[in-house]
Design a protein around this ligand. Sequence first.
Ligand code: SF4
Length: 160
Amino acid sequence: MLTEILSRETCAKCRICCTFDKYDIWETPVITKELKEKIEKDFSDVKFIEKGHSYLFRMENADENGIFYCPVLTEKGCALGDEKPFDCRIWPFRIMNFNGTRVISLSPVCESVFSLPVKKIRETAEKLSDTIFSYADKNPDIVKPYDESYPIIISERNSK
Ligand code: SF4
């Protein structure tokens, strides 16, 4: 979804968004019931925890550095391909609740996008805003509490 500012090749070399530590474990992707059922068919050992009407991967067995790897991350990348969770498709954008207003924010963890000109990032977020806010209307579990380390790119009030 973000290939205009983040190439597949760049993602394939990095994968930082598919690993988590104790500080960003809250970032694990929100998974719909439909996607959970599909993953369960293909990956019988993957476990989930509930989040509202949705699910998160249960992250188990951190490595010696305290890093958890997404259970569907393989040597070749995400095993879900184009069916990866919406959170992963819009990464490094996030939709958050800032004092009652939904905002599209940017994760500082993705150095590749974070280093781009703000104008380019904002243009991309604007193009995606209808898609992101509409998805959040149907799947409100995807809206995360605001984290002050994530700069706000678009607020819902001024997204049109
Ligand atoms: S679902 Fe796929 S893209 Fe998302 S965190 Fe896991 S491996 Fe990465």
